[in-house]
Write a protein of this length. Sequence first.
Length: 175
Amino acid sequence: MHRIWQEFVIAAGFSFILIYGSVWERDAVAKDSPSSSSQGGGMASAAKQCPTNLSFLQPKMEKALQFIKSAKFREAMLASLQASIPQAITQADGLAQQIFFLKQEIARQEKEGAHAEKVAREGLKDPSQELKPCRHGKEGAYCYAMEQYLVSRAANMANQEFLNALLCYQREGMR
């Protein structure tokens, strides 16, 4: 169980931020603090222009997750799409810092995905063949690499859309 959670956090920094910010610390933000109230008006305005969650990704994400074995990862990714982006922003240490972190996470996931793809291709008789998910119950280096490849792709799909949303809020004046 700990390994699954660890893989989840490593694979989807975006999801951890959203779930942590929106579910575990929902009541932690002081509603009457000056910074909260001054950002409140700007946040409402930005929320009209920018996505408030990533629920629009649900169909694409379900397709991307269909061959990932970890039910916990699938559930967490789908749940994170419903999390409030404005709430995550207000609970973060700073929008610019979150954008920087997310760009790093996307680059890291791209490297991990490329490595997993390379390992999976080494397991094929013909490396130019299309990569195919493993059947349930099947194990081995190819299956492990494919799982990592699929997790990386799903995480980066969400990470990229979350980054786009954060950049939108930044353009709308959020800090």
